[in-house]
Design a binder for this molecule. Structure first.
Ligand code: GMT
Length: 386
């Protein structure tokens, strides 16, 4: 089967998941074509993977170069030239509407292929809801040949916010436990925590929804009791604010802002506790990857986080903004070795239930179903009424 995957090629969770899915499918013999504006960050060489760049020609008239048109046209060309069977778009805006356009253009050319939309998070809960996007988001979700959401919570949020006439199937995000597991990086840990301090880590794109200032506030409290270091991984609009707070609290010597990192599994291998105090997370893929590396999670209880983080077992969940509670739980987990080891074990154990070997087949089943249903409908469409 030949599959086209469209996603944001950045460090964001939707792009990471789409890339991991493409690589997993290619390992299973599928031919996968990525259609993105730059090479996805997690994409390694695989014999069955092709990468098609969407270039957006500019013109002095364009204050806003029409990316969606360029994307739809690239989809049409790639599908036509490579005989794809199915298009799978990740993050609704603008990928679902571009896919709709491509599908309709191809129909006129006698080439009919279905598209699946996977909803990831702010395409529904933040950006998608805005009046400037909502009509197009609603239409293109409904026009998708199948819709998936990465958590039960996101599925519910989608039904609450939009008039959706179709079933949304939940296929949770997954982690590759072959890659994400604890490896021995003691020498590396010694460099960052020379006196055996505990290492707390936060990974995100530093947007407002991540509440990075809460990470600093939690760390400030934890450090008063437990000698520890903080790793801040990623980059984005709130980084400067976070750095200012670190300076204000005089935590600079114990905090490292590492920027965007590709070898995230190595950094997680030296981490003792993961902090994710988000305002909302549809799923929290970064927390799942941490758990797979044996890192317990302190998170909020918003969105779909309770679908991966198990209260009192793999970590703790608190109300958004409840810094006292999150800091107290963090101290409880890392305060003694026995407790920390228990949480680490449980985190690994639970993360394994989201291993790619359990989840990728759910996408494969869906692809087969969608293609079969689409082919049947296509045949019915072709029979002209008398
Ligand atoms: O919706 C976003 O903020 C972007 C998206 C991304 O590309 O990072 O993140 C969402 O998708 C991830 C992968 O499915 C989820 O793990 C994140 O929880 C989700 N982010 C939010 O819901 C804020």
């Amino acid at each position: 089967m030949k599959i086209g995957i469209v996603c944001y090629p950045t460090f964001g969770g939707s792009g990471v998941l789409a890339t991991e899915l493409g690589m997993a499918l290619s390992d299973k013999g599928y031919e996968v074509h990525f259609i993105t504006y730059k090479q996805p960050v997690r994409l390694n060489f695989h014999p069955n993977i092709y990468y098609h760049e969407v270039s957006v020609p500019t013109y002095p008239l364009f204050d806003f170069p029409p990316y969606e048109s360029a994307l739809a046209s690239t989809m049409v060309n790639v599908i036509e030239n490579n005989g794809l069977d199915l298009l799978h778009v990740h993050y609704a805006i603008p990928h679902a509407s571009a896919a709709y356009l491509a599908r309709e253009i191809l129909k006129k050319k006698g080439l009919d292929i279905p598209f699946i939309t996977t909803l990831h998070g702010t395409d529904i809960t933040l950006v998608g809801r805005e009046q400037m996007y909502a009509p197009v988001v609603t239409f293109s979700i409904n026009e998708s040949d199948a819709i998936t959401a990465v958590s039960n919570n996101l599925r519910e949020e989608t039904y609450k916010s939009f008039i959706i006439e179709k079933d949304i199937k939940v296929i949770p995000n997954f982690v590759d436990v072959q890659r994400f597991h604890k490896t021995d990086k003691e020498h590396f840990k010694k460099m960052l925590a020379p006196n055996d301090e505990r290492i707390l880590t936060h990974v995100s794109n530093f947007r407002k929804v991540k509440r990075v200032e809460d990470v600093i506030e939690i760390f400030k409290k934890v450090r008063e009791t437990v000698p520890s270091k903080l790793l801040m991984i990623g980059d984005g609009p709130e980084r400067q604010h976070a750095e200012e707070l670190v300076r204000k609290y005089n935590l600079y010597h114990d905090t490292r802002f590492l920027g965007k990192q590709e070898e995230i599994d190595e950094l997680l291998s030296i981490t003792d506790l993961f902090i994710l105090p988000s305002q909302y997370e549809s799923f929290g893929l970064s927390a799942l990857e941490a758990m797979a590396c044996g890192v317990p999670v302190i998170s909020t209880n918003s969105g779909g986080l309770s679908e991966i983080n198990v209260q009192g077992k793999t970590g703790y969940l608190s109300n958004v903004g409840d810094i006292e509670d999150m800091a107290a739980h963090a101290i409880h987990i890392i305060g003694d070795d026995t407790t920390l080891q228990q949480f680490k074990k449980a985190a690994i154990h639970h993360a394994r239930t989201f291993d790619k070997k359990h989840i990728v087949p759910l996408y494969e089943e869906l692809y087969a179903e969608v293609i079969a249903a689409y082919t049947k409908n296509k045949a019915a469409r072709a029979i002209k009424p008398l």
